[in-house]
Design a protein around this ligand. Sequence first.
Ligand code: HEC
Ligand code: HEC
Length: 287
Amino acid sequence: MRPALNEQALRQLKAALPAGCRMACASSRTCEVGRPEMAESPSQSIRVLDGTMQPAGVHTAIATHAMTPKRLCLVTALATCCQLAWAASPAPDTSTLSGELKTALEATGDAERGKAAFDDCTGCHRKDAGGRPLATVPRLAGQHASVVVKQLVDIRSGLRQNPRMKPLMAEPGINAQMLADIAVYVQGLPVPRNPTLGPGRDLALGKALFDKDCAACHGAAGEGRAERFYPMVAAQHFGYLRRELDLIRNGERGNSNPEMASLIKPYSAAELQAVADHMSRLPPPVR
Ligand code: HEC
Ligand code: HEC
């Protein structure tokens, strides 16, 4: 399947390209999606000019490795095009949902209002939504809006236990529209490239575990999957990831996907550390 770009996405694509690339890329309306079953997450692998398949995360790297301007344009165009298609990936199916989650997901978020509302959050999550690694406050910048909405709704209902945020999230001024606004705002923020990393001792083990047990949902590049509420785990702070894995494994996160929880259950402490380290080092998918 080749996700087609609509006119608005094409305009965004052209605007995002480096100067001089516009002509070469204007006709790049489709992405070559590597594996058909991955079509809903086209950022996972795309065909670059020489015909090889590359995970999306490496495109920035390829692009910066001296290439002819034309090739650079094409790689950038494909990467950007796929990212756009991905960013515009199917919204979650809300037909079976109810309550605040359904209302917030069906609301059209307004990033400007979201920015104002996010003022109340910056004390912990920071102004750039980059999080506070020492206090295990997660980075929110670049996270899928659907994931942000779902987690906020779960925190409000108490399904996800988060004592530090609960009082704020219970304030009467907060409603579904505000959650939608905040979610589109933080999703659109650039992902800071400096997550705190783990010790780096068992990266091969971490990658092997991730590819075997986690990539099916979170994506090989850790990009997550908006329409299924699978969080982007790439470039998240190691300390936060490590803490969440404990909470998920011990059944203390409340809203954990049961399949994930049972996959993680037999992990040793060393394996949890290795897989968290691997995730923290995955480059942020370009948006
Ligand atoms: C007092 C500090 C604090 C404030 C204020 C705060 N947060 Fe948080 N937030 C946290 C902590 C700590 C976590 C992670 C808790 C855990 O480990 O499960 C978190 C988690 C989250 C998550 C889940 C992220 C994920 O990847 O699953 C979202 C979304 C979030 N916060 C959004 C917000 C928004 C929006 C606001 C403002 C309305 C806000 N937070 C205000 C501390 C705070
Ligand atoms: C069946 C799909 C699925 C699989 C497989 C899966 N996850 Fe998840 N994961 C989820 C979903 C859904 C969430 C968000 C809500 C929840 O369930 O807590 C999540 C959340 C997370 C979070 C918290 C992210 C955040 O921002 O707070 C981490 C960390 C994580 N997963 C790591 C892993 C690791 C490591 C593996 C492999 C050992 C894995 N997951 C396998 C579906 C999956």
